[in-house]
Design a protein around this ligand. Structure first.
Ligand code: ATP
Length: 362
């Protein structure tokens, strides 16, 4: 069993608390992704699991083994960094073989394993080259190969795709997913990239200020973020977060306009007149208003600021004449509007999130 279990892990650096009371269990074979803004503690968690960082308090288990004081090389974990960290003077084959050699495996077994790994990553033709004779994508494959050659119990990846260009990054991401499906090694993966988080993860851990904000499947976190920080983190373009004030069964928005609240929201919130909230709405849940004059009160007037045709759809940034707020909305590919146009939009009332304007909580 290569379950990874963090129980109340805290790490201080002097008077900085990099991670605080981190608790979660990653079941064997799952792929978990750590996300959050820069400095939130993602790498510290990964390095702690790897044994490259000591633990100030709490307990870390790999399988059933308490490993707080077990040195990195005895933990049976493999880590891949964004900068590959290959041995420059060794060939690709020697890089792949290195960990096995250090473990004292016999020569024939090593040669067989190197071939297997090279085949599975499609780098057999590169075995004799030195790292500097490889492209960035090829180097990253070798780094992955070196990590999997040892058949580690746990695979730790720290932004492994961030040095690759867009196309290669997409391809390698797909390959990584297929590799995990084949090898089924418990994986912990750090990224800034929400597409990687959404597409790779069995579970996403969203961190902020060294603490866990929310853990869930990508779909669950996207659909039900517990606060405005999490809401703004997953989704591209991100969720729009707009300040609103309650008045008479409606939210005043963009200074002079307003939208109705559905009865469920009203009942849950029990708002008082003048109370302020943050309203969250994802771009795909704002539509161009096409209704008649009768329910015109549900439409909001905006001015187009920027149009970005994406092929399948068009991304519109818009604000109101009275406020500088920008929001993103998606229109169909056939939409022909331009900067400066006045448009009417509608927020899907069932897809509105309401957050406390002081602490961001739902
Ligand atoms: P990034 O996305 O920018 O890589 P991160 O989420 O991985 O950030 P960490 O590198 O884990 O964040 O850092 C968490 C906090 O701990 C930061 O405030 C950082 O400055 C601090 N920190 C990390 N390593 C050390 C260290 N060796 N000494 C002092 N402070 C550190």
């Amino acid at each position: 069993m290569a379950q990874v279990s963090l129980q109340g892990i805290t790490r201080h650096f002097g008077n900085v608390t990099a991670i605080k009371d981190i608790t979660f269990d990653i079941p064997d074979r799952q792929f978990w992704v750590l996300v959050g803004p820069s400095g939130c503690g993602k790498s510290t968690i990964l390095r702690t699991i790897a044994g490259l960082e000591s633990i100030s308090s709490g307990k870390l288990y790999l399988g059933n083994r308490l490993v707080n004081n077990v040195p990195s090389r005895q933990r049976d974990v493999a880590m891949v960094f964004q900068n590959y960290a290959l041995y420059p003077h060794m060939s690709v084959g020697e890089n792949l073989a290195f960990g096995l050699k250090m473990r004292g495996e016999d020569k024939q077994k090593i040669a067989k394993r190197v071939q297997e790994v090279a085949r599975s990553l499609d780098i057999e033709h590169l075995l004799k080259r030195k790292p500097k004779q490889l492209s960035g994508g090829q180097q990253q494959r070798v780094a992955l190969g070196r990590a999997i050659a040892r058949k580690p119990q746990v695979f730790l990846l720290d932004e492994p795709l961030s040095n690759l260009d867009a196309q290669l990054r997409d391809d390698t991401r797909v390959e990584l997913k297929q590799l995990h499906q084949r090898l089924q090694i418990t994986t912990v993966y750090v990224t800034h990239d929400q597409v990687e988080a959404m597409t790779l993860a069995d579970r996403v851990v969203v961190l902020h200020d060294g603490q866990v904000q929310q853990i869930g499947s990508p779909q669950a976190i996207y659909a039900s973020p517990i606060n405005s920080m999490v809401a703004g983190f997953l989704g591209n373009p991100p969720m729009n977060i707009l300040p609103v004030t309650y008045s008479n069964g409606r939210f005043i928005i963009f200074n002079h306009q307003s939208i109705a609240l559905n009865s469920e929201t009203l009942q849950q919130l029990q708002p008082t007149p003048g109370q302020k909230f943050d309203l969250g709405i994802r771009p795909e849940n704002i539509t161009l208003y096409s209704g008649g004059e009768s329910d015109r009160s549900e439409a909001l007037a905006l001015q187009v600021n920027l149009v970005e045709p994406l092929g399948r759809e068009t991304l519109i940034k818009a604000n109101t004449p009275e406020s500088n707020l920008n929001l993103n909305l998606l229109a169909g590919a056939a939409w022909q509007g331009k900067k400066g146009d006045r448009i009417l939009v509608r927020f899907d009332p069932a897809k509105i999130f309401i957050f406390d304007s002081n602490n961001g909580n739902t």
